[in-house]
Write a protein that binds this ligand. Structure first.
Ligand SMILES: NC(=O)c1ccc[n+]([C@@H]2O[C@H](COP(=O)([O-])OP(=O)(O)OC[C@H]3O[C@@H](n4cnc5c(N)ncnc54)[C@H](OP(=O)(O)O)[C@@H]3O)[C@@H](O)[C@H]2O)c1
Length: 198
């Protein structure tokens, strides 16, 4: 997909409360949408032009996931499938294992597609579990040593103008791990020298 030209979109969980609106919005925006639904019989609240395909991210075999991606050839995959209640195992299956299976199939068959994930820390907060994420910018590590000056060039466009040290990434984790971040739930913290800010 290039620039603002809509392409093909696959919406997984396309009959969910949010998914159905996302399907409609993408159709309206000109995307050619396929809605992957686990339960075909649930009536959709809104009409749209999307095609439908049956898919269960947990129960469908990996080859079915790959076949759906091969058939729909999406430029964008929106994952609106999630589990909002249940046991710890059911939450982990629906919110962790299912996306991992989808991403594995994408890696194999749609490696250039954009993946957009709808998720929430809300299901875990009441049990005292805080979920946050750190999104590091270019960082000088043993793993990026081979990039040499290319890493500096990558980092140069951000306000900090340099790669991070691993310690700077680790410091943000220490903050999130401490009680000093006790009211921070569901945050994605860019520790990237201001890359996303510009
Ligand atoms: N609604 C909110 O206020 C809110 C806020 C923050 C985040 N979110 C997140 O947004 C996502 C969608 O929320 P929602 O309100 O639209 O919930 P929802 O209506 O329960 O949507 C979840 C959808 O995922 C599908 N699904 C569940 N497990 C699946 C699997 N293994 N394979 C394929 N599809 C599966 C369900 O299919 P069936 O119809 O067959 O059950 C359902 O259509 C969830 O991850 C939720 O945590 C929602």
């Amino acid at each position: 997909m290039s620039g603002s030209i809509p392409g093909r979109a696959l919406v997984v969980g396309g009959r969910g409360f949010l998914g159905r609106h996302i399907v409609t919005a993408l159709c309206t925006a000109g995307f050619e949408v396929t809605s992957a639904v686990r339960t075909r019989c649930t009536p959709s609240a809104l009409s749209n032009d999307a095609g439908e395909v049956a898919l269960d991210l947990l129960a469908s075999p990996a080859r079915t996931l790959r076949a759906v991606l091969r058939a729909t050839r999406p430029a964008v995959v929106v994952n609106c499938a999630g589990v909002v209640s249940g046991t710890a195992e059911q939450l982990a299956d629906g919110n962790v294992v299912a996306p991992v299976r989808l991403l594995a199939a994408m890696t194999a068959t749609a490696p250039t597609a954009l993946y957009i994930h709808l998720g929430s820390a809300a299901e875990y907060g009441p049990s005292g579990v805080r979920i946050n994420a750190v999104s590091p910018g270019p960082t000088r590590t043993e793993g990026t040593a081979a990039m040499g000056e290319n890493l500096d060039a990558l980092a140069a466009a951000a306000p900090a103008g340099r790669p991070a040290s691993p310690q700077e990434i680790a410091d943000s984790i220490v903050f999130l791990a401490s009680q000093r971040s006790s009211f921070v739930h569901g945050a994605i913290l860019p520790v990237d020298g201001g890359r996303v800010a510009v």
